[in-house]
Design a protein around this ligand. Structure first.
Ligand SMILES: [Zn+2]
Length: 396
């Protein structure tokens, strides 16, 4: 009986108070309630948070666990795409091994809900799609892993890709991806018509990588809004990166932002330092759901990234000079409540009756956790400790 019960003693709550949290049957049974004589862990000095949400990563292309590989990409996005094909064709370690290693590390850092884009391309075929489904199955009791059929090498310009993307949806991918409808695929309307058509037919969401700059990018955001409205996919569409919103006037951002808010189109930013980024503070004020994602981690695009969603929250705070408490909490929200909402999952909350999927982190409060990203962490899935101090333990 005690196996299904755990007392988390003296945890700090978000409001700064201290309480015991009783977990029973995988859910939070009480907060600050009656004492328990069963199994317990000491959470003195640890702030209790819902587990983190990673809304944008590419597990299938990571080189996590591989020997260090110097970045050899050229300057343009097509150069990066071609370089990645060369690098991955020389890697002999299986996708299962590489993506499992990164996924377990991300769990160890505190993420239990993850959206991963998965390359869909003729040279990869169905096998690649199926390998990621197998990964999802392997970790189904530990991680809510959501898969996006992503046309990394282009869609319309690569015959056979649309058919494979549809096959991915048929096999159970939750979301259909897109990639620079103008800049890569050269036909934005046909691109959007195709992916929204598939989303409608299979009842799935949409997540579009949009790197196209300036007015070309913003024009595509407006068309994405048109298609979202026309297809009844309100609340199920995300635009990833959208650098263009950092390149146009505030008035233009406000007009587009209001439309995004009305249609529940969320924005993902990795808070990059080297390019214009959407003014996420303004967009949040307009009601747009903003989330922060890692994007690629240790891959042929970049050796950067460490799989820590808390660090991604810090990067967002750092990029936008967010030092006020409300701003630090907004940064945390970008890898928690807003990230969950952005990918169509319920917002994780620390409350009685909710799943005990928790991150205990040694910090005085959530703001402090964002600023310092402490290594001392305990991750619980359904009330079971699955990682401690960055070491993955699994559900064994
Ligand atoms: Zn990406």
């Amino acid at each position: 009986m005690t196996k299904s019960q755990l007392l988390i003693r003296s945890a700090t709550l978000a409001d700064g108070t201290t309480a015991d949290i009783l977990v029973r049957g995988g859910r939070i049974a009480s907060i600050g309630g009656a004492a328990s004589t069963g199994e317990s862990i000491d959470a003195t000095g640890y702030v209790a948070l819902p587990a983190l949400v990673e809304p944008h990563v590419h597990l299938d292309k990571t080189l996590w666990g591989e020997p260090w590989r110097p970045n050899t990409a050229g300057p343009t996005i097509p150069d990066y795409i071609a370089n990645e094909r060369r690098v991955l064709s020389n890697v002999t370690t299986s996708i299962a091994t590489r993506s499992s290693a990164l996924l377990e590390h991300m769990v160890a850092m505190g993420s239990l809900t993850i959206r991963s884009h998965v390359d869909v391309a003729p040279d990869f075929g169905v096998a690649h799609i199926e390998q990621m489904l197998a990964l999802r199955e392997t970790y189904r009791d530990l991680v809510d892993l959501q898969l996006v059929a992503f046309p990394q090498t282009g869609m319309l310009i690569r015959p056979g890709t649309v058919e494979l993307m549809e096959e991915a949806l048929r096999l159970g991918y939750e979301t259909i991806g897109g990639l620079d409808p103008a800049g890569i695929d050269n036909d934005p309307i046909a691109h959007l018509r195709t992916i929204f058509g598939l989303a409608e037919r299979y009842g799935r969401g949409v997540d579009i990588h949009l790197h196209d700059p300036g007015e070309l990018g913003v024009w595509q955001i407006e068309r994405i809004a048109d298609y979202t409205e026309g297809s009844g996919l309100t609340g199920r569409v995300m635009i990833s990166h959208a650098y263009c919103l950092g390149m146009v006037s505030q008035g233009r951002v406000e007009a587009v932002g209001r439309r995004l808010a009305d249609l529940g189109i969320s924005l993902m930013s990795s808070a990059p330092a080297d390019i214009a980024v959407p003014p996420v503070g303004l967009l949040r004020e307009l009601g747009v759901t903003i989330c922060a994602g890692s994007d690629g981690i240790r891959d042929a695009w970049s050796p950067m990234g460490n799989g820590d969603a808390l660090e991604r929250a810090w990067l967002m705070a750092y990029r936008f000079d967010w030092g006020k408490d409300a701003q630090l909490l907004a940064a945390l929200d970008a890898v928690m409540g807003s990230a969950a909402r952005a990918i169509g999952r319920p917002e994780p909350t620390l409350a009685v009756g909710e799943p005990a999927d928790l991150l205990l982190v040694k910090a005085v409060n959530p703001q402090d956790a964002v600023v310092r990203r402490p290594k001392e962490r305990i991750v619980l899935k359904a009330g079971r400790v699955v990682a401690r101090d960055g070491v993955y333990l699994g559900i064994g």
